[in-house]
Ligand binder design. Structure first.
Ligand SMILES: [Zn+2]
Length: 423
């Protein structure tokens, strides 16, 4: 009989302990106000987080579960974790080299390790997800996987591996014949896209025109047929294509070829924007990236002539943005951050408001719109049950002043874990 009592006691004790453990697994966040990203604003907000997902969003103290870990973030305001759809996170500047950023490249393992600095600076801006559009040596995939397994701290990454480019774009005569991503003609494009997909990329990136860094030309490179071949092969694998074009011709070809997004383009014709509206193609203007180069002219060694060209590009880029806003083209926020640009990921939002968006619309470009472009609109870009617990606390009201999002990020949660705390 004694043994039976002992057994009953042990069973009771086991259930008591496991029920306490189960309820203690939740974390509850409190905010003065919460912007869901799906059009609602909740005051006195309570968010319950279980594991890496949100299980409940409600208002008022009565919704705080028992035995939860409470993080009281009042009087701050919650916004969804932001998404930057155009970065180059493995572009790391080794300042000890004494060389300019573009010349200070290191071997891939060292770069991956040091690029954690870019990843942390990105989280500090409230960006919890990035689409990284162009790397080399598998560095982007390594970072993505290290972050996913918890071995590295950084944003959730969707990566594109080697960007496809034509011979003209990058070959330096006499230097090296190895040039990953190079493709000329439809057959080579098909082959290289398959190789990138086989390597494990999430996206295909194509350099559809000239132009990068101090070079602000925008001559189309790949033909529309080559671009379409890439889109068709990627689609077979359930993947999408992002096409870089500084000029209007590459942009038009990219849209007609079926790209999911066109990056950077200036001088875009109204007909092309109309086609983008019809097809649902995203425009990722990256207006701020040439502002960044001009501001950081000394680091890059850019002279007055280069800065003038950069500023001229920014002006034309902004005009295309204004037209896109007016024509209601789908827009997503991309910084095109490289090197010291990490930490400035969200400054693009200022251009969006300047071009005519409300702060709420600007916020959408880095939340719901970006999530739609990533084909993840049921788990990213909003604070709602079932979504990843990617949540940012800011000081002030982001709906009356977009600078609150850019300058006042105080606390960040990614996948249910606090990753930034500047309270
Ligand atoms: Zn880029």
């Amino acid at each position: 009989m004694n043994n039976l009592y002992r057994l009953l006691f042990l069973v009771f004790f086991y259930f008591l302990i496991s029920s306490i453990a189960a309820s203690a697994q939740t974390t509850t966040l409190r905010f003065a106000k919460l912007i869901t990203g799906q059009g609602d604003v909740i005051t006195d907000a309570v968010v319950v987080v279980e594991g890496d997902k949100i299980s409940k969003v409600a208002s008022g103290e009565k919704n705080i579960p028992a035995n939860t870990t409470l993080i009281d973030l009042r009087p701050m305001v919650a916004i969804p974790g932001l998404i930057d759809v155009h970065t180059h996170i493995t572009y790391y500047w080794d300042k000890t080299s004494g060389l300019s950023p573009w010349n200070s490249r290191m071997d891939p393992p060292t770069t991956v390790f040091l690029a954690q600095e870019n990843a942390l600076k990105t989280l500090e801006t409230g960006v919890t997800t990035i689409r990284d559009l162009g790397s080399s040596g598998g560095m982007d995939m390594a970072m993505r996987d290290l972050i996913n397994r918890g071995a590295m701290k950084g944003p959730r990454m969707f990566v594109a591996g080697n960007g496809l480019h034509i011979s003209r774009a990058r070959v330096t005569p006499g230097v090296s014949t190895v040039d990953p991503g190079r493709a000329d003609g439809v057959d080579e494009v098909i082959k290289v896209v398959r190789q990138e997909l086989g390597a494990g990329v999430d996206w295909i990136k194509i350099y559809g025109s000239t132009g990068s860094a101090q070079n602000v030309t925008g001559f189309q490179t790949f033909t529309q047929d080559e671009m379409k071949a890439a889109v068709d092969i990627a689609r077979q694998a359930g993947k999408r294509v992002a096409i870089h074009s500084y000029g209007p011709d590459g942009c038009k070809a990219a849209v007609l070829a079926g790209a999911a997004s066109v990056e950077h383009a200036t001088d875009v014709e109204p007909e092309t924007f109309a086609e983008m509206v019809k097809r649902g193609t995203f425009y990722v203007p990256t207006v701020d990236h040439n502002r960044y180069y001009a501001d950081h002219r000394e680091e890059y060694g850019y002279n007055a002539i280069i800065v003038k060209a950069l500023n001229n590009y920014t002006e034309r880029n902004f005009k295309s943005l204004q037209l896109a806003v007016k024509m209601k083209v789908k827009i997503a926020m991309g910084s095109d951050a490289v090197f010291t640009g990490f930490g400035e990921n969200t400054r693009e939002l200022r251009w969006f408001v300047k071009a005519g968006m409300t702060p709420a619309q600007a916020l959408q470009t880095a939340t719901v719109n970006a999530a739609e472009l990533l084909d993840r609109k049921n788990e990213l870009g909003a604070i709602a049950p079932g979504f990843f617990a990617d949540i940012v606390a800011v000081d002030g009201d982001p709906l009356s002043d977009i600078n609150v999002v850019i300058d006042n990020v105080r606390w960040v949660m990614k996948g249910g874990k606090p990753v930034v705390d500047k309270r």
